[in-house]
Design a protein around this ligand. Structure first.
Ligand SMILES: O=c1[nH]cnc2c1ncn2[C@H]1C[C@H](O)[C@@H](CO)O1
Ligand SMILES: [Zn+2]
Length: 396
């Protein structure tokens, strides 16, 4: 086994949050795959296998797919989503939603989603979708939720059979251009002990501020329920400010534009504006999705992605996939990109993972058990492999 070691770089995430003397461990792709990972921001209708999209389309007589060969179809989704604009990116979902209109299709897509995440080393996931987008062939909102929940349970069962332990919860999304958010919030609340762990709003951000859905958020707060809001992706600080201070979001979907409230003074010291300071002080979780942000133009490159600075400043950063199909990504791939851009170590990846687990919408004792019984032992195991190899002189 060949393992890589390096001196800790000043300015990496780890220097600020995990004192770790001597060499630090740069994980290999195989170790990243095997590391336990937690995913809080992943869209069900953005994560289908290309072969499943093609097969469902064929079965259902949907003839508008731009390609029918799975490989070419996968490439088409990635390229079409690579437009530099959130609005254009979102157009690709018409095809995935079109084939997710029956109980069987929703069940299958949900089960495959959980199996794919488990095979990628994800141990806990919150997967979101908009029930209102799955009603064109006669399903009710409740039937949609039940089909997905049943699919998630089946995915967990099959993953366990394959030796992967994973737990998946659903987040119900309301589309921000539509007017069903209160209804979807009530739906989320009525399924909260049956597989639905929270609520979200998504869709085009510019022109659709979070306060448009205040009624839904105030209802959920009165019910002591949890919600996240896509904010600060295609629109800037006002969107983040509204999501937090008017709507009371528990987490921010993306939140990358919080960087606009961070500057440097004449001495080169980093200065946080009031909103950025609030986000950091209150430990507001940021659901960051690097590849998706590159595609929609929210960041120029991995190396320039605000995740580097925000992690160094110890915001509560989490790493996510957003849409695995449109981005051709996985949690392992997202971590790989960050390791390459920022030379993150295994300790850094554990930090992102623990941040995510702390920020999940399941009860505190269950989050703690995941951290202590699954995440920490998983990373410790990878570290001891590395120490063993080091002792054998296999480090390069
Ligand atoms: O990154 C995103 N920003 C805003 N909306 C998004 C993003 N990714 C997916 N969506 C939309 C398109 C889906 O149809 C919907 C529900 O999953 O959420
Ligand atoms: Zn998203």
């Amino acid at each position: 086994m060949r393992i890589y070691a390096r001196r800790r770089r000043v300015g990496g995430v780890s220097d600020s949050h995990q004192p770790h003397a001597g060499t630090a461990h740069v994980p290999t792709p195989d170790q990243i795959l095997r590391a336990p990972k937690v995913l809080l921001h992943d869209h069900l209708d953005g994560g289908l296998r290309p072969a499943t999209v093609a097969e469902l389309a064929r079965e259902q007589g949907y003839d508008r797919l731009p390609e029918t060969d799975p490989e070419r179809l996968g490439a088409w989704f990635r390229e079409a989503a690579d437009s530099g604009s959130l609005e254009r990116y979102l157009e690709t979902f018409a095809h995935t939603c079109a084939v997710m209109q029956t109980r069987e299709a929703l069940f299958r897509v949900a089960a495959e989603c959980v199996r794919d995440l488990a095979a990628d080393g994800v141990v806990y996931a919150e997967v979101r979708y908009a029930p209102e987008q799955h009603l064109t062939r006669g399903l009710t909102l409740e039937q949609v939720v039940e089909a997905v929940n049943d699919g998630f349970r089946e995915g967990e069962r099959l993953a366990a059979r394959d030796g992967h332990r994973i737990r998946a919860g659903a987040l119900l999304t309301a589309m921000r251009h539509a007017a069903r958010s209160r209804e979807i919030a009530e739906l989320a609340n009525s399924y909260r002990d049956q597989g639905v762990v929270g609520f979200d709003i998504a869709g085009a951000e510019a022109g659709y501020p979070p306060t448009r859905h205040l009624d839904a958020f105030e209802y959920l707060k009165r019910e002591n329920n949890h919600f996240t809001i896509h904010a600060g992706e295609a629109f800037g600080l006002p969107s983040i400010w509204q999501a937090l201070q008017w709507c009371g979001a528990d987490r921010l979907g993306h939140g990358v534009r919080i960087i606009d409230d961070i500057g440097t003074d004449a001495d080169g010291r980093v200065r946080l504006g009031r909103l950025a300071a609030y986000v950091r002080d209150k430990r507001v979780p940021l659901e960051m999705c690097p590849t998706s942000n590159l595609q929609t133009g929210a960041a120029a490159s991995y190396a320039e992605h605000p995740i580097g600075l925000l992690s160094r400043l110890r915001f509560r950063v989490t790493v996510n996939t957003d849409n695995r199909l449109m981005s051709g990504t996985s949690m392992t791939r997202e971590f790989e990109h960050l390791v390459e851009a920022f030379q993150y170590t295994l300790e850094d990846l554990q930090w992102f993972t623990v941040n995510a687990m702390k920020s999940a919408f399941i009860p505190f004792d269950e989050r703690l058990a995941m951290i202590n019984d699954v995440i920490k032992p998983g990373y410790a195991g990878l570290r001891s492999e590395w120490l063993f190899a080091a002792a054998q002189g296999n480090l390069t």
